[in-house]
Write a protein that binds this ligand. Structure first.
Ligand code: TMP
Length: 253
């Protein structure tokens, strides 16, 4: 069989040329990195879980009319996606202070924000993905004012959907990152949610205990990352069949 053409390899995923024009195959690796690649490990099964979880979230978004690049899952580690022109921004929505915001502003982790806050980082590993104001984005032509209005509206809808879904399984959506891409249809352009949505790109805390169930477990050495992601997948009912934890048989009197 001919080898597939590799299009791009990132820290956690690989893109291959897809079977039809305008498609890619997105492969989820087990590699985990933090601090812009400073900390690295291989977490067995992470790619399988993120493939499933990203499918679950992207499909859910499509069901409420938010377009995404997702077409269908192909197998345990791969999904078929639309080719998009990625806008070079990380779009971050925050509901509670954490991570870089808590550090930058000296806020307590977990403090509720007055309203969801949307912020943007330039996707540039060499520069460490610096936070950029909308003024820069428009002035440098990374996106237009109309694009930004659409992106903010889309990010807030994604936040409402994700917060609701996670709340339903006892998890607080502290913050998350999405990427957005352009799809061209002749002269007509539309924006779609791209990349992935998974515990690699969200902060997820158990509502009751505050336990972290996202990549901070790896960043901060808090225990098993695969246990945390498995717990998220289990609560959402999207565990792949080969890692299903079957309940122990109970004695019936
Ligand atoms: P931050 O608090 O480190 O800025 O992260 C905010 C959110 O964005 C958090 O849910 C993690 C996610 N994120 C990524 O997915 N990729 C990244 O490169 C960074 C810096 C953050």
């Amino acid at each position: 069989m001919a080898r597939r053409k590799l299009v791009y390899e990132g820290k956690a995923k690989i893109l291959y040329e897809g079977p039809e024009p305008g498609t890619f195959v997105q492969y989820f690796k087990d590699d985990a990195t933090a601090g812009n690649g400073a900390k690295k490990d291989v977490i067995e099964g992470k790619g399988v879980l993120n493939n499933r979880l990203s499918e679950f979230f992207m499909t859910g978004l499509q069901n409420i009319g938010i377009p995404t690049h997702f077409i269908r899952r192909l197998n345990m580690r791969e999904q078929l996606i639309r080719q998009v022109e990625i806008i070079p921004l990380e779009i971050i929505v925050r509901n509670f202070a954490a991570g870089s915001m808590a550090k930058r502003l000296g806020m307590e982790e977990g403090a509720a924000l007055p309203r969801p806050i949307v912020e943007f980082s330039l996707k540039d590993d060499k520069l460490g993905d610096p936070l950029v104001p909308e003024e820069y984005i428009i002035a440098f032509g990374w996106a237009s004012q109309a694009d930004m209005d659409d992106i903010v509206a889309m990010a807030l809808r994604v936040n409402d959907f994700m917060s609701g879904v996670m709340h339903g399984v006892g998890i607080k959506l502290v913050d998350f990152k999405i990427e957005v891409g352009r799809i061209w249809d002749n002269d007509y352009m539309r924006l779609v949610v791209a990349d992935e949505i998974s515990p690699d790109s969200c902060r997820l805390w158990d509502i009751e205990s505050g336990q972290k169930l996202d990549k901070d477990v790896f960043r901060q050495d808090l225990g098993s990352l695969s246990d945390a992601y498995t717990e998220v997948a289990r609560r959402l009912g999207v565990l792949p069949s080969n890692v299903t934890h079957r309940p122990k048989p109970t004695l019936i009197n």
